[in-house]
Design a binder for this molecule. Structure first.
Ligand code: PSU
Ligand code: MN
Length: 304
């Protein structure tokens, strides 16, 4: 038995056949500083509700896999220090040991599948890191997208990653990468990475139809929807690049490896750009939450 706990709002939505959107919790514990992490988590849940779906923020707490968190849970996670960041490799072990941890995109996809939720909205996914040809640092998020049938809405991938290699790996793994409303693959803080996305769709209906078609064909794996940050909040690529370069040098100086790399780079980039990159990050997550809610409505009642 998997020890799942549904938040009351999520259980009610499942009984009523309402659309659900899974939300990750690593963005809360490792992706943003307090109190912006808590405010953002609450605002993202509110955005999902306002757009007509029910949010389910997922985390492992004392051996239970929570599908949806209460206000008190969210607050505790946002304030906690040294929370474990769980992905596919360690999620089951920590549940078995009655431990706690926040969930990455990969782990949230696994949680969503267990709960019959087919859409996950987040900020940015993990990907192939720059220098991966020597470090082999490739996020487990990519392989999860090829195995677990959840449509993930993100603002592309961050410039801390190697975007061309990330797209190559996604293609190798057979993951559809769909730019929303434009041809270019977005680069998180900026709308255009300079790379063309393999697929383009202009409505949540089309994305939902593609999701249902994959399901009908029995194809494992999900879809990556790359939703560009709203123009009013974007930060030009050159501005971000300077901070990214410096953050990467700092990470190399410290000899960081494994799961420490992404959180360290994120927090360095925030420090180096001041509040601006954080504000952009918050806006793009909200934007993804709204699109995720629309896609979930068009996918229809979860099939369990
Ligand atoms: N990218 C972001 N913000 C984040 C993350 C990635 O812009 O918060 C988090 C997500 O939870 C993602 C995880 O799933 O980092 C990827 O970590 P890794 O590269 O160690 O797989
Ligand atoms: Mn990694």
């Amino acid at each position: 038995m998997i020890p799942l706990i549904y938040a009351p709002e999520v259980a009610e939505a499942q009984r009523a056949g309402q659309p659900l959107v899974a939300l990750e919790s690593t963005i809360i514990t490792h992706g943003m500083p307090y109190p912006q992490n808590l405010e953002t988590a609450q605002a993202v849940e509110a955005a999902v509700r306002k757009a007509g779906a029910v949010p389910a923020t997922c985390a492992v707490l004392r051996g239970f896999l929570h599908i949806g968190l209460t206000e008190a849970h969210l607050e505790r996670l946002a304030k906690a220090r040294n929370v474990a960041k769980l992905s596919r490799a360690d999620m089951a072990a920590v549940i078995a040991q009655k431990g706690s941890g926040s969930l990455t995109v990969a782990a949230t996809m696994i949680a969503a599948r267990l709960a019959g939720i087919e859409v996950h909205a987040t900020g940015g996914i993990g990907g192939v890191h720059r220098g991966a040809e020597t470090t082999f640092d490739i996020s487990a998020d990519l392989r999860e997208l090829s195995e677990t049938p959840v449509t993930v809405v993100a603002a592309g991938a961050k410039a801390i990653l190697d975007l061309p290699k990330t797209l190559e790996v996604l293609e190798t793994l057979g993951v559809p990468v769909i730019a929303f409303g434009q041809d270019a693959f977005p680069a998180f803080w900026s709308r255009d990475s300079g790379l063309k996305a393999p697929l383009r769709m202009d409505s949540p209906q089309q994305i939902a139809a593609a999701h249902r078609t994959r399901r009908a064909m029995g194809l494992p794996g999900g879809q990556l929807v790359a939703n560009p940050i709203p123009a009013a909040h974007e930060i030009p690529r050159d501005e971000i690049e300077m901070a990214v370069t410096s953050a990467l040098e700092d990470a190399a100086d410290r000899g960081l490896t494994g799961k420490e790399v992404t959180p360290f780079l994120l927090s360095r980039v925030y420090d180096l750009t001041g509040g601006r990159s954080l504000e952009a990050n918050i806006e793009l997550v909200l934007n993804n939450a709204r699109l995720g809610a629309q896609i979930a409505q068009h996918i229809g009642t979860p099939q369990r």
